[in-house]
Design a protein around this ligand. Structure first.
Ligand code: FBP
Length: 264
């Protein structure tokens, strides 16, 4: 962990990372209800909102679209990823080098580690190479810390999420992105396990405005430093309205009710 409060992906100690790597991770199915979002420019436009501290994409999207947005959006380049077509034990192919991410203009790096997978050893070794190389460029490293695999029946139970944040701290991440463990108390324990490292919640599939904002409120109350979210923002008809509300909950620590009232 290195100090990242001055990094462009952090605003007042918090982060709101807009993720759009779903075309690889889940496939076109995530765009069925919002086919216009298949054009990555539409989500880059959303990422120009002041609340968004970085947009997380894979190399191909960064190469093709980031040049038009580099003045308005901070780039978090995801270095590995797997498609939903892969049926094996959880694993993630490293498809971009740190040198190339820096050349494209990345402000931060992203890397998935599936602790508990039969491929954990290789993934952690790949993470080591990326994390150490990233230090040469002063690029913060966000770990998608997602314990899963044949030995893990429930990948969001509190003890698993606490292990996920601790694992990220000990392996040298600067931000751990973890699933919500189901309650504010469980999230608070996961944050405690991370020491001084920042912890952000992974968005998950789309829910109602109130449900999502209430969960974010609980996560911020628990001491987490924000969100890395995809579908809950760009699958909405009006992503900007939700970002206005998220800005209040994350940076002003408003309640979900107050944020909704102020932005509707
Ligand atoms: P969402 O907010 O849409 O859940 O996106 C967060 C994310 O981590 C993406 O970066 C990634 O594509 C997806 O979730 C992976 O989720 P999972 O592996 O659980 O399907």
């Amino acid at each position: 962990m290195i100090p990242i409060d001055d990094s462009p992906i952090v605003r007042d100690g918090k982060s709101l990372i807009l993720a759009m790597d779903h075309g690889l991770e889940h496939g076109p199915v995530d765009f069925e209800d919002v086919p216009e979002k298949l054009d990555p420019s539409t989500v880059f436009e959303t990422a120009t909102h002041d609340a968004v501290t970085a947009m997380a994409v894979q190399k191909g999207i960064a190469e093709g679209y980031y040049p038009s947005y580099e003045d308005d959006v901070n780039l978090l380049l995801k270095l590995n990823g797997t498609s939903n077509l892969w049926m094996g034990e959880p694993d993630s192919a490293v498809n971009c080098s740190v040198d190339y991410a820096a050349e494209i203009g990345a402000d931060a790096l992203g890397f998935t580690v599936y602790g508990g997978s039969n491929h954990e050893i290789e993934m952690v070794e790949e993470f080591r190479d990326a994390q150490e190389k990233g230090r040469e460029y002063d690029l913060p490293m966000v770990m998608w810390s997602y314990p899963r695999g044949q030995g893990l029946k429930n990948d969001t139970k509190p003890s698993t999420i606490s292990y996920a944040t601790r694992l990220a701290l000990e392996l040298g991440a600067d931000i751990a992105k973890v699933k919500y463990p189901g309650s504010k108390d469980a999230m608070a324990h996961a944050v405690q396990c991370a020491g001084d490292m920042n912890v952000v919640m992974s968005g998950g599939s789309k829910t109602s405005d109130y449900e999502f904002l209430s969960t974010v409120e609980a996560v911020i109350d628990a001491g987490a430093t924000g969100l890395a979210v995809g579908r809950n923002v760009w699958q909405r008809e009006d992503p900007t309205q939700l970002l206005d509300a998220l800005e209040k909950v994350i940076y002003e620590e408003a309640t979900a009710d107050a944020a909704l009232e102020a932005t509707e």
